[in-house]
Design a binder for this molecule. Structure first.
Ligand SMILES: *Cc1c(COP(=O)(O)O)cnc(C)c1O
Length: 379
């Protein structure tokens, strides 16, 4: 039996809530389920305003629109991330400045960010890779006293924390993904956490395709019109209903994932103590949402060998990302392989192992046995 890399989570009441959408007879979005999901997220995480979106990509694009970026502006983004982190800001016309990651967490390297700040830097986008927080206090020190906005790409970070603070709630803007590969999902979905209340009025207009239609609903105006450059950013009520059913089971979801994570950490911790690989370890206080489990191999070649060995045993393991700066699109932006050596090295050495709620500890044991046999055959 193939052990899949990912399997979509199901909370149990998704169909029931979708039936309720039919009874509500409101399908298009910004309806009762959207409001219930937004309220749940806002109260659980202490966020002043939450806007559901059809993806994390959309939430990042909304952030770029809110910042009014243009060709004179620079946005610093780790190269080790998903295309959307950079593309959302590139679309707004800004120049993308790629930075390095630090090897122990594969999140952005704060010292390297500091070296890339110029008078044109308008925003920095920390990515909480695998649900492990970037060094948010280090980053806050680097931008202190400058007119630079932090936008968290917390696509993988819902429920995880940096110190006491939930990811996505630390910077003025935070974006979350509810894609089916994330802990909780609605097929495709996301949310924008508007942590700076001053940004909310415009955020809501941008979300409503650039109109002040939300004010009509609140009885503040008697007709609505086009006021901003926005787009169609919200999900339908069908997605919001599916999502609410999932959000209501978040404690169970996290508890199940924790069991799998601990089983991996115990077994692969033993391989780490033998010096065969490294496990991620933040030098700042973090608490996990158990989004993923990845290992850092001793070399790119060894990582690839292990990946192939796992595949031969019907176990799906994958690398994280091809660095954006060395991708075909990155090269169109003027970057080239060799520009970010640490990122290139660790992108080849990091391997993500199967991780989802349908896995059992026996599945983890199976991954471990194949990995240990692989290392035994090499020594
Ligand atoms: C999944 C992911 C995204 C994109 O999320 P979508 O909801 O699919 O748009 C962006 N950034 C990171 C780091 C991700 O993991």
């Amino acid at each position: 039996m193939t052990l899949k890399f990912n399997a979509p989570y199901l909370g149990g009441r998704e169909r029931e809530y979708i039936d309720e959408v039919f009874r509500n007879d409101t399908f298009s979005g910004n309806g009762p389920f959207t409001r219930r999901a937004q309220t749940l997220l806002a109260s659980r995480y202490g966020v002043p305003h939450v806007l559901l979106t059809h993806s994390c990509t959309a939430a990042l694009e909304m952030s770029a629109l809110l910042l009014d970026l243009g060709p004179e502006d620079e946005v610093i983004v780790p190269s080790y991330t998903f295309s959307s982190t950079a593309a959302a800001f590139l679309r707004s016309g800004a120049r993308i400045v790629f930075c390095e990651i630090e090897p122990a967490t594969l999140t952005l390297d704060v010292a390297d960010v500091g070296r890339r700040i110029t008078p044109r830097t308008r925003a920095i986008v920390p990515v909480h890779y695998g649900g492990i927080s970037a060094d948010m206090s280090g980053l806050a020190e680097v931008v202190a006293g400058r007119d630079i906005t932090l936008v968290e790409d917390a696509a993988q970070g819902l429920e995880a924390r940096c110190g006491e603070r939930f990811l996505g709630t630390i910077a003025p803007l935070g974006s979350i993904s509810f894609h089916e590969t994330k802990n909780l999902h609605c097929g495709l979905g996301g949310a924008l956490f508007v942590n700076d209340p001053e940004l909310f009025e415009r955020a809501e207009d941008i979300w409503e395709r650039g109109t002040d239609r939300s004010k009509l609903f609140k009885g503040l105006v008697d007709k609505y019109s086009w006021v901003e450059l926005g787009s169609s950013f919200y999900p339908s009520e069908l997605q919001a209903a599916f999502l609410l059913a999932q959000l209501e089971t978040i404690d169970r979801n996290t508890a199940e994932r924790k069991v799998i994570h601990e089983a991996y950490a115990e077994r692969f911790g033993e391989l780490e103590r033998r010096g065969l690989l490294d496990l991620p370890r933040a030098a700042w206080p973090v608490s996990l949402n158990y989004h993923s489990f990845f290992i850092v191999c001793r070399s790119g070649a060894e990582c690839d060998g292990l990946r192939v060995r796992l595949a031969e045993n019907q176990i799906q393991a994958y690398i994280g990302y091809v660095p954006l700066h060395s991708s075909r699109m990155g090269q169109k932006l003027g970057y080239k392989p060799g520009d970010l050596p640490l990122t290139e090295e660790y992108a080849e050495r990091a391997l993500r192992l199967p991780f989802h709620n349908r896995m059992t500890v026996d599945d983890v044991q199976r991954v471990y046995e194949v990995a240990s046999a692989f290392y035994a055959s090499r020594s």
